[in-house]
Design a protein around this ligand. Structure first.
Ligand code: KG4
Ligand code: ZN
Length: 343
């Protein structure tokens, strides 16, 4: 792909697909000048999960101040912004609409190009920021609260899907299991913390769909956790052992399928991304397997694994360089497949 380094030097990016409002300014597609975020996790924790209407309202009050803050932290002026990138799907429609509306207003006011970014492409692109040397092609495991995908990244914005979850996403499984254990939302970090000191072999949680290629299934694991909890009939739960065993089952499945994807495609580089990628047990286990097979693993720092706007700026930059532009009719698309999929 041809890059014109004189174009789109400063992209202002907005992310509001779920419960984080984030604005970042990214220089030349890979260098973060500012990254500002307001997490609503505490607000939703009281309800045990994200409440869409509350999320939308919180985005409305956060997005404007965050845009100003991002500009100040980058030490830039509005006239220095060359383009605006925004997550326009998938996600919660009301939440997405806030970011999309703000991005359209800003692009119109500044007279600069606008581009919509697919949230999953954003997660993959977090690796471009963390690893300046990384260029396609490579394999990617995307494990977040709403998605679990294994894909080949053939070029910027060109993907071949190798497999995905047939039911729950890996992060969703963590969130639901945590709820069953009485642990706070978001469940992934809670399970990881609770698992410390627990025995990962204490409970025989299933490793599903072993013979289903690169597809995943996590709903049976959630049911298995429910059954284990019921078996204690209200007595004190061995939370550390349950959390550690559950975490190990998710990690084993993600690692096994990723290595399968690498072996079937012949790629030697794999990028891990999405909120679940911040899990230390997963990072260590995948690193160990990659070392054994001679594969190179790329993982962003934890702050770039969960939702952020830096990744949207990086993804938007490459779409802009390809000549892509969104009009002021850009809409939020709550359910949308990864763009640029090829057979
Ligand atoms: O990518 P992300 O921030 O939002 C979505 O696009 O969904 O991912 C959020 C998901 C949640 O399900 C959360 O429980 C999970 O990532 N997560 C983790 C960890 N940190 C976040 N899962 C396991 N271990 C973690 N340390
Ligand atoms: Zn995400």
């Amino acid at each position: 792909m041809t890059i014109d380094p004189a174009k789109f030097r400063h992209v202002l990016a907005i992310e509001s697909s779920c419960d984080e409002t984030a604005v970042a300014i990214v220089q030349d597609g890979r260098r973060v000048l500012s990254g500002c975020i307001i997490s609503q996790a505490q607000v939703h924790a009281a309800y045990g999960g994200v409440v869409p209407e509350i999320a939308s309202r919180a985005h409305v009050s956060a997005v404007d101040p965050l845009m100003t803050q991002a500009l100040e932290e980058a030490q830039l002026d509005w006239k220095d912004i060359d383009a605006v990138a925004v997550t326009n799907g998938p996600g919660l429609v009301g939440a997405l609409l806030v970011g999309v509306s703000a991005a359209k207003a800003l692009a119109y006011a500044l007279g600069v190009p606008l581009v919509g970014v697919h949230h999953i492409e954003g997660h993959i692109s977090a690796n471009y920021i963390a690893h300046p040397e990384l260029e396609p092609p490579f394999c990617a495991l995307i494990a977040s609260g709403g998605h679990t995908h294994l894909a080949e990244v053939l070029d910027y914005g060109v993907y071949r899907l190798l497999g995905c979850t047939r039911d729950d996403a890996a992060g969703e499984a963590f969130d639901k299991a945590a709820k069953l254990l009485g642990l706070p939302y978001p469940g992934g970090p809670s399970i990881e913390k609770a698992a410390q000191g627990g025995d990962p072999a204490a409970f025989p949680f299933p490793r599903a769909m072993r013979r289903a290629g690169c597809d995943f299934s996590f709903s049976g694991l959630k049911t298995a956790m429910w059954q284990q909890v019921q078996a204690f009939k209200g007595e004190t739960l061995p939370v550390a052992d349950l959390a550690a065993s559950f975490q190990q089952a998710v990690v084993d499945t993600l690692v096994e399928k990723t290595i399968l994807a690498m072996r079937t495609t012949g790629h030697t580089r794999v990028a891990l991304c999405g909120g679940v990628a911040s899990n230390t047990c997963l990072r260590r286990a995948l690193q160990k397997k990659c070392d054994e097979h001679g594969f190179t693993l790329y993982v962003p720092p934890a702050r770039l694994c969960t939702d952020n706007a830096e990744m949207i700026g990086a993804a938007g930059y490459y779409r802009l360089q390809k000549g892509e532009r969104a009009g002021l009719d850009l809409n939020a698309v709550p359910h949308s497949p990864l763009p640029g999929l090829t057979d």
